[in-house]
Design a protein around this ligand. Structure first.
Ligand SMILES: *[C@@H]1O[C@H](CO)[C@@H](O)[C@H](O)[C@H]1NC(C)=O
Ligand SMILES: *[C@@H]1O[C@H](CO)[C@@H](O)[C@H](O)[C@H]1NC(C)=O
Ligand SMILES: *[C@@H]1O[C@H](CO)[C@@H](O)[C@H](O)[C@H]1NC(C)=O
Ligand SMILES: *[C@@H]1O[C@H](CO)[C@@H](O)[C@H](O)[C@H]1NC(C)=O
Length: 431
């Protein structure tokens, strides 16, 4: 038991009431000992109703008295002829190793799931034990989904099947992936822009302002790559928008994930300032040349150097200028309107994974106070029943949220989304 614990590297607790080898009810051939008991055969003369044994496991009895043979419905035990006559020995009972589970049985080596928690019926030498993982908090928690939907929040929650069986810890580790900005980065001075903050529209959507220039929704998979995905998408959008559609590109997040290694952790998360620095110094190639796999892949520099040049004459790498920070709500709005989507880092609470539609505002429904940082792309804003929101592109595929987007309360730094907003200017080659 202990050896197994450490071998599996996970804390396994054996559930109580472990059944050792369990003998399955003798359904097909009804093999087993009835009249032929361990201590010797039990055979009775005439009719003796008490001379019987339970069979089939459902309250039925079989008989070992002489009467069982003589009346119409033969209710003799299967080994009656062997024990009480001169018949052949019946086959040994079929024993299938299994474990007791919730009033039933599961076969040896089988695993049963209850959302993100599982139990496996495991062989240990010559017996079976039901080994269950220590209960985890699941990514999709019934209580959160139901409470959000019953209590009338400004958003609704869904039970996503693609998050089913996953733990909250897996969600934090593999659906987010932005390392908290370091202190010196947080002190980056925001840029100043001259505009009239009272003169900004109440609604704006980059997708309608620049049709065809704004990137689609990515599915980052089970890889903490939001740092790379949002960086590549914001840069792609800005290449298209600022070149007025002449340099529409889809840039490769995998290029960052695989090649921006210094101080970065690939699918375990990355820092945005380092991603932008790599982008600025090394440049990245188009998605088609290094497609997203959401896995840690070798950075083949030779392959990248031979990527086709589509828009660029001198090089096949797309570069950007230094990333700059936007200081407040109206600065962010003005920036999006002038130059396209921006990158934001948000704190993700447990309930966010279940977001389906509406204007999100975090709740305190999680049992655990576990959060993580995630970077996303703000593409616009608007107002819904007096509630101001940002329209944001997530990277969990189009099945999640509002076709892959979500709306979140604007102007209140909800989930810290307005704290660390970055933008860059693409390095366009002159035509
Ligand atoms: C027990 O199972 C047998 C075979 O499946 C069936 O014929 C019989 O009616 C059952 N008896 C009871 C009491 O349910
Ligand atoms: C299992 O093994 C132990 C020791 O090896 C033995 O004493 C025991 O009888 C075995 N049990 C079964 C059900 O075979
Ligand atoms: C969510 O979906 C799973 C799997 O489809 C289902 O078993 C579960 O009962 C659902 N939970 C809620 C709260 O709807
Ligand atoms: C944001 O900062 C600018 C100056 O950079 C200022 O003009 C504007 O009023 C501020 N907006 C808000 C919402 O505080």
């Amino acid at each position: 038991m202990y050896e197994l614990r450490w071998n599996l590297g996970i804390l396994i607790t054996a559930c109580l009431n472990i059944i050792q080898i369990h003998t399955v009810p003798y359904a097909p051939d009804l093999a087993g000992r009835y009249c032929n008991q361990i201590a010797g055969p039990v055979c009775c003369n005439g009719r003796q109703d008490s001379c019987s044994f339970p069979i089939l496991g459902n309250g039925t009895l079989c008989y070992c008295d002489a009467f069982c043979e003589t009346h119409n419905d033969d209710d003799c035990c299967p080994d009656f002829n062997f024990a009480c006559g001169d018949g052949e020995a019946p086959p040994e009972p079929f024993i299938e190793p299994s474990c007791a589970y919730k009033g039933g049985f599961i076969k040896a080596s089988d695993t049963v799931w209850d959302n993100c928690n599982s139990c496996t019926c495991t062989f240990l030498h010559n017996r079976t034990e039901l080994l269950c993982h220590q209960p985890h908090i699941c990514l999709m928690e019934k209580r959160i989904i139901e409470t959000v939907n019953l209590q009338g929040f400004s958003w609704t929650a869904a039970n996503y099947s693609f998050f089913w069986k996953k733990t909250l810890e897996e969600g934090i580790k593999y659906k987010l992936g932005t390392l908290q900005p370091e202190r010196f980065v947080m002190r980056m001075n925001p840029v100043r822009r001259i505009y009239d903050p009272n003169n900004l529209p109440s609604e704006f959507d980059a997708e309608s302002a620049w049709p065809g220039d704004v990137s689609g929704i990515v599915e980052q998979g089970w890889c903490g790559s939001s740092w790379a995905v949002s960086t590549a998408a914001v840069a792609s959008d800005r290449y298209g928008i600022i070149s007025k559609g002449r340099q529409r590109v889809s840039l490769s997040p995998q290029n960052l994930l695989s090649c921006n290694n210094r101080g970065q952790q690939s699918c375990d998360g990355g820092h945005l300032d380092r991603a932008w620095m790599y982008f600025r110094k090394q440049g990245i190639v188009e998605e088609s040349c290094f497609p997203y796999s959401g896995k840690i892949e070798f950075c083949n520099k030779h392959h990248l150097d031979t990527c086709p040049m589509r828009h660029l004459k001198k090089t096949n790498k797309y570069k950007v200028g230094p990333a700059y920070r936007l200081g407040n709500e109206t600065d962010i709005m003005y920036e999006i309107m002038k130059s396209g989507p921006v990158q934001a880092t948000m704190k993700v609470y447990h309930d966010f994974y279940s977001y389906q539609r509406g204007v999100y505002e975090h709740t305190d429904l999680s049992i655990l106070d576990r959060t993580g940082y995630h970077s996303v792309r703000i593409v616009g804003w608007g107002e819904d029943r007096g509630r101001k929101y940002w329209k944001v592109a997530n990277s969990w595929g189009t099945e999640w949220g509002e076709n892959g987007f979500f709306r979140i309360v604007k102007g209140k730094n909800e989930c810290d989304i307005e704290s660390f907003v970055l933008a860059v200017w693409p390095e366009l080659e002159e035509y």
